[in-house]
Design a protein around this ligand. Structure first.
Ligand SMILES: C[S@@+](CC[C@H](N)C(=O)[O-])C[C@H]1O[C@@H](n2cnc3c(N)ncnc32)[C@H](O)[C@@H]1O
Length: 230
């Protein structure tokens, strides 16, 4: 098992490319951590397709497998779901306030602050990575950086499960949970996501799209399950 994630990396806010046009995603999630957790903590109960996929992914990795839930969010509910299926699940997130909220809500599980583009894990240290709706917050041209980092920390044969919103371009809001914060997400097609995942050194175990559930933001939902090449 690799070391638990450490403190937030120093430096400029990740997600801010030269020129600084991309919003400070860390600050956004720090501001809404409690709201986000309250809104999404129970969401898996209404998402049977996601539960089924997570169940299959967990079963394929096997009990005791070391998995990081990257961009776990303030609820830590996916980390808990994975742990409840026998995985040694750790949650990591860019937002320290989200990490604190997830730690409070999920006693007995480990959470730490980290940027998905520079994970505090040794090469090949993990059996699995789950990244549900977190890669979305990178500028599109940075998504391959995150995928390459996932490949680096996964052992050959390790599993990667990513979820993103389908579409093209970006979606953005300057108001979230009634707070004056900017949240932005990159949209991709399933073909693009598969292609980027393959280019990062993964074979594709599963690639699927589903329409949104009524309670979800009304975007197509994309899921790619990759296997790290040897
Ligand atoms: C939409 S939430 C998803 C949370 C959780 N995975 C879920 O499915 O409910 C996106 C999360 O990704 C995190 N995030 C965004 N950019 C990140 C980065 N570069 N590294 C790690 N986490 C990041 C955010 O702080 C936020 O908690």
């Amino acid at each position: 098992m690799t070391e638990p994630p450490g403190p937030p990396q120093p430096g400029p806010p990740p997600g801010s490319p030269p020129g600084g046009r991309w919003p400070d995603i860390r600050a956004t999630y720090d501001a809404v951590a409690a709201d986000y957790a309250a809104a999404f903590a129970a969401e898996l109960a209404g998402k049977p397709a996601d539960r089924e996929l997570l169940d299959e992914f967990a079963a394929a990795l096997g009990a005791g497998a070391a998995v990081w839930d990257v961009g776990c969010g303030a609820a830590g509910h996916v980390t808990r779901y994975l742990a409840d299926r026998g995985l040694r699940a750790v949650g990591v997130d860019l937002s320290p306030a989200s990490v604190a909220e997830a730690s409070r809500r999920q006693p007995g599980l480990r959470f730490g602050a980290a940027d998905m583009r520079a994970l505090p894990a040794a090469d090949g240290a993990l059996a699995g990575i789950v990244a549900l709706y977190s890669v979305i917050h990178l500028p599109r041209e940075q998504i391959p950086l995150a995928l390459a980092e996932f490949r680096r920390v996964l052992a050959p044969g390790g599993g990667l499960l990513i979820a993103m919103h389908g579409g093209s371009g970006e979606i953005e809001s300057a108001d979230w949970f009634g707070r004056p914060v900017t949240v932005r997400a990159s949209l991709v097609s399933l073909t693009e996501l598969v292609s980027m995942t393959e280019q990062a050194g993964f074979g594709i175990t599963r690639a699927l799209a589903r329409p949104p559930y009524p309670a979800e933001h009304q975007t197509e939902r994309l899921y790619v399950w990759g296997q790290a090449g040897g």
